[in-house]
Design a protein around this ligand. Structure first.
Ligand code: ATP
Length: 380
């Protein structure tokens, strides 16, 4: 299939007073799996609908490949969409559901078919081959004769995907297509979708509010808030180098701990003061810092007992009080209080902990993040 890139250039969408998408510039490479992620109301669905042509752009430009599509109708954009509420035609068998769009596009009216019966037959044959090929790819060949009501949720979802794939679009648009499935089926379908997208190599723009889904599916992910793009990068980049406090706390579970602490100078080095304990900052952090900073530490980078990796650069021990323990199987999410600050640590279940206990913890200083308290942007 032909892959084309997509570009949003300073795109604005207003609904009356509401700015749903605010100066969005985002370049999506041909064949890329781009996930738009953010909390409810952040503008991700609107961005997708603008790309689909279902909403009109207020300002800015959208390109599919080299073609500016602002004024191109949805049906001429060469895209295929799969939405959360994919509607299959209830009276049509699976085969016809998949073939319908192709027939509509490639076969003209009945009069033309009568007068061009040879050509029409060849087209029908080609459509039949495509439908069967895609059905095989999605393992729904045995369901082709069934009606939608005779399918499970997961099977219906595959039919909806098949219907999109069979059209061989330049771009797939997907808006929470897995959210109607139960957790197990969702995990399974997600993995299949990722494999399928890699195999087909079609540029895909996928919308979800679920950061875990974004991390597992995306080649890159674009994090949005209040209509504004916060950061775009690979899942690794967004997780390890969040651009600001919002991204840091939105991506990753449990969320990153953020604490406001004073900065102190120690010899030529900067440190932050957490209660009685001074945390020296590693050399890769800037030496000139505001008097107070926000530090960010992921629950996975707080260690107790001997659960720290041997090569980690650990802080001096801090004494924490265990407030609540949430068992997660091989690890516990432990809510702690350290000098009046509340923290969540993810600690190996091998380390014995009890509510109310004083627990010495160490932070992995290499994974400490710094943010400006005014702008909340990362300090690098
Ligand atoms: P969700 O995950 O809840 O679908 P979202 O991130 O996809 O949220 P959008 O649906 O894009 O968010 O909405 C962005 C903002 O634009 C919201 O404040 C929403 O209320 C507003 N909005 C969206 N569509 C319209 C519309 N047709 N008319 C007026 N306001 C709208």
């Amino acid at each position: 299939m032909r892959a084309e890139g997509v570009r949003f250039e300073r795109v604005v969408k207003r609904f009356g007073q509401v700015v749903a998408v605010n100066r969005l510039t985002l370049h999506i490479q041909p064949g890329e799996f781009m996930v738009l992620v953010g909390p409810s109301g952040c503008g991700k669905t609107t961005a997708l609908r603008l790309l689909a042509g279902l909403e009109e752009v207020t300002e800015g430009d959208i390109y599919i490949g080299e073609r500016r599509v602002n004024d191109v109708s949805p049906r001429d954009r060469d895209i295929a969409m799969v939405f959360q509420n994919y509607a299959l035609y209830p009276h049509m068998r699976v085969y016809d559901n998949i073939a319908f769009g192709l027939r509509l596009r490639e076969l003209k009216g009945w009069l033309w078919q009568l007068t061009h019966w040879g050509e029409a037959r060849a087209i029908r044959q080609r459509i039949d081959e495509r439908v069967r090929q895609v059905a095989q790819m999605l393992e729904i060949e045995s369901l082709l004769h069934r009606l939608p009501k005779e399918l499970s949720g997961g099977q219906r979802q595959r039919v909806a995907l098949a219907r999109a794939i069979v059209r061989q679009p330049k771009v797939f648009l997907m808006d929470e297509p897995l959210s109607n499935l139960d957790a197990k089926l969702r995990d399974q379908t997600r993995a299949e979708l990722k494999k399928l997208q890699e195999r087909l190599g079609v540029t895909t723009v996928y919308v979800t509010h679920d950061q875990k889904e974004a991390m597992t599916l995306g080649t890159r992910i674009a994090v949005m808030k209040d209509g504004v793009l916060q950061q775009v990068g690979t899942p690794q980049e967004v997780y390890h180098q969040p651009a600001n406090v919002f991204v840091a706390t939105f991506i990753g579970t449990p969320p990153m701990n953020i604490l406001s602490v004073p900065v102190v100078r120690e010899g030529g080095q900067s440190a932050v003061q957490l209660g009685e304990t001074r945390l020296p900052l590693p050399n890769n952090k800037p030496t000139s810092l505001p008097p107070t900073v926000l530090i960010g530490i992921r629950p996975q980078d707080i260690h107790a007992g001997n659960d720290a990796p041997t090569d980690a650069l650990l802080s001096p021990p801090l004494t924490a009080t265990v407030d609540v323990i949430e068992p997660q199987g091989d690890r516990n999410d432990v809510h702690l209080v350290v000098n009046g600050h509340r923290l969540i640590a993810q600690i190996s279940a091998r380390v014995p902990v009890q509510e109310g206990q004083a627990l010495p913890i160490r932070l992995n200083l290499e994974h400490l993040h710094l943010f400006d308290p005014q702008t909340e942007q990362a300090i690098r």
